[in-house]
Design a protein. Structure first.
Lengths: 349, 349
DNA sequence: TTATTGTATGTTAGCGTTAACATATTCCTA
DNA sequence: TAGGAATATGTTAACGCTAACATACAATAA
């Protein structure tokens, strides 16, 4: 025999036989439910240990019609806020005895659908979706909802009477960030990284526009630069900020302040400003969005809009658990969380 | 009735009844295996669509003893290379018809074990581990391996005759990075972020030491600064670089070059150097490790050691699939990938 | 004493799927 | 035209687990 025989995984019946009891008794010991005498329990526990028993979640799930598992679908993971969000979700789930499986989908409809499908087929008890909305994926998700799979949308929308929503007040975020710059005396304020195909981005832009209008500043289309329909995440948006800022700086009448759609984009913009030999915030003030850890530690440190990512994860998980444990259907609920302007050096000396 | 009734998920038997065939025939249509006449297939397909059928992966997995699913356990996800790694794994798996579930564990033994356990209980066909090694987690993993669960370790070790290894040549990376600095004329070269409890970090440090010794430069303990047993990921290591560099700069005989354990740490170091009014690379040269996208885009751009993260993911996935599909046990295999020095501005003008 | 409740176990059946086997029926080929 | 192969379908029995029910004995209450 060239290689060692490996142990076959033991089943409840195997343990039962070894301990001289019925399989059901072992099941009771393992799941800690029902009556088992102390002496029997000890005997069974020993057998479990001896045989290295691990229960078969498939069989268990099949019978119980619940796997106590939740799926989280993320678009971009290389992003500090994805981490925070996942942490919030996971901690809440764990404290309620649920497990978390994460799927990544960063390449559009097919992948989204693929991810949802694989989660659904593995009978997760519910799904938290934090990817960008797209037609094919949304369609599939709605089908899942129709067949009783609890779904919560995080940082995005999914129109359905049984899907909950958690998000940040992006409009307000855009508004206060822009207002802050206006208060500092800026009139030519650019918006960097506009991507109208993403709901949250659109809201931030709308907040920006509203703040300008409220202060009787005309919106200059030239100052709203975006990347059309870019589909990149995390760090990659730094490049968008860099390129966009270069374009802005090359304008005859360049902006004196810029509001970037997220912190990475802002960081890219700061780099472009430094490269051009200009000073922040003297020549150009910068405000970002998200408050990633790095924002506080740059020099100059970055003024930004903080959104409570972990809290969003916690709330989404709680909502999902509500749906999972509720016997009766729950109507759509929406939680829009407040966000907070964190003023640092990049916008004020 | 206050809320709408929702559809019950249809089973093979439901479809079979609707189409007037046996459940087995429906199964054949769904999985595309075995003989089914064209007319029957069409009838079944229609019924499947009408009833919105989704197959029950639990039952399927239970019967087939395979879920065609793989688990990837990551420590820190907010890290560009985790993304790349996951991408490599996922693409390879998808192309072979497997699904990927990711678990995050960033808080030590209990969480590691928890993650492994939940994957194992859900009967994934194999596990790729990319977390830091720790006693409790490793013990549990070995138990899994003993009960036939295929495991591949990525970027870390797990001693077991049936566990494959994929990693980068960290020793060489540390060596070439240090050698490069020596070639540039540096004699006082610091190592920043030493964490001896992590295998890969240790190897990088050893490479650093070896390069110094080969060039007859004594290792100065003062220049090896670390964080003992820190347990932080991604961005947080930027802080370690910042603090460590401040300490180094305060030495009476400060280093003229520094090799940081990863790019984030290097970025932190660069910040400390700039803050001290010193110039990079004139006063202090900096070399990082990983080549995250941002490294190329900073100013000055960061010299670093590139490791092929996506490739590592692909190889790990391939090795795991080998194990999953092989009928006979496979002996431990190890793939140590080469890494490459990318010279940029932070170490040469 | 007898009924009542609590404790401790066992038995049965079925969750939804598919491997393995059993039939039919058709189609060649020798 | 017999007989083997290919095609098309159905039946049965698990996979490993637990809900639901059944039983048995103890301890307590009336």
């Amino acid at each position: 025999m060239p290689t060692e025989l490996k142990k076959k995984t033991a089943t409840l019946s195997d343990i039962a036989e070894a301990a001289g009891v019925a399989a059901m008794t072992v099941s009771r010991v393992v799941s800690g439910v029902g009556y088992v005498s102390e002496s029997t329990r000890e005997r069974v526990l020993k057998a479990l240990k001896d045989h290295n028993f691990r229960r078969n979640g498939l069989a268990r799930g099949l019978k119980r019609r619940s796997t106590e598992t939740v799926g989280l679908v993320l678009g971009d993971i290389s992003n500090p806020y994805s981490t925070e969000l996942a942490r919030g979700v996971r901690e809440t789930l764990l404290s309620r005895g649920f497990n978390l499986f994460i799927c990544i989908s960063d390449a559009g409809e097919t992948e989204d659908t693929q991810a949802f499908k694989s989660l659904a087929e593995h009978s997760v008890d519910g799904i938290i979706v934090a990817t960008r909305s797209n037609k094919g994926g949304d369609k599939y998700l709605r089908e899942l909802v129709e067949t009783n799979v609890p779904v919560v949308a995080l940082g995005r929308d999914l129109e359905h009477r049984h899907v909950d929503l958690v998000g940040t007040d992006n409009f307000k975020g855009g508004f206060v960030a822009t207002e802050h710059l206006i208060e500092r005396g800026h009139k030519r304020i650019a918006f960097l990284g506009a991507n109208l195909s993403v709901g949250s981005q659109l809201k931030r832009l709308q907040g920006y526009v509203a703040a300008l209008e409220e202060n009787a500043i005309a919106v200059d289309d030239e100052l709203v630069v975006g990347h059309g329909d870019d589909n990149v995440g995390g760090y990659s948006t730094e490049e968008i900020g860099f390129e966009g800022m270069k374009r802005l700086l090359s304008l005859k009448n360049r902006p004196t302040a810029v509001f970037a759609r997220n912190d990475f984009t802002a960081i890219g913009a700061m780099r472009a400003i430094s490269d051009a030999g200009l000073s922040i915030p003297k020549d150009v003030a910068v405000v970002g969005f998200d408050d990633i850890p790095m924002a506080a530690r740059m020099s100059p440190s970055l003024t930004t809009v903080r959104q409570p990512m972990r809290l969003q994860g916690e709330i989404a998980a709680t909502m999902l658990l509500d749906r999972i444990t509720s016997k009766t259907p729950i109507r759509r609920r929406q939680r829009v969380l407040d966000c907070e302007l964190i003023v640092r050096e990049s916008s004020s000396e």
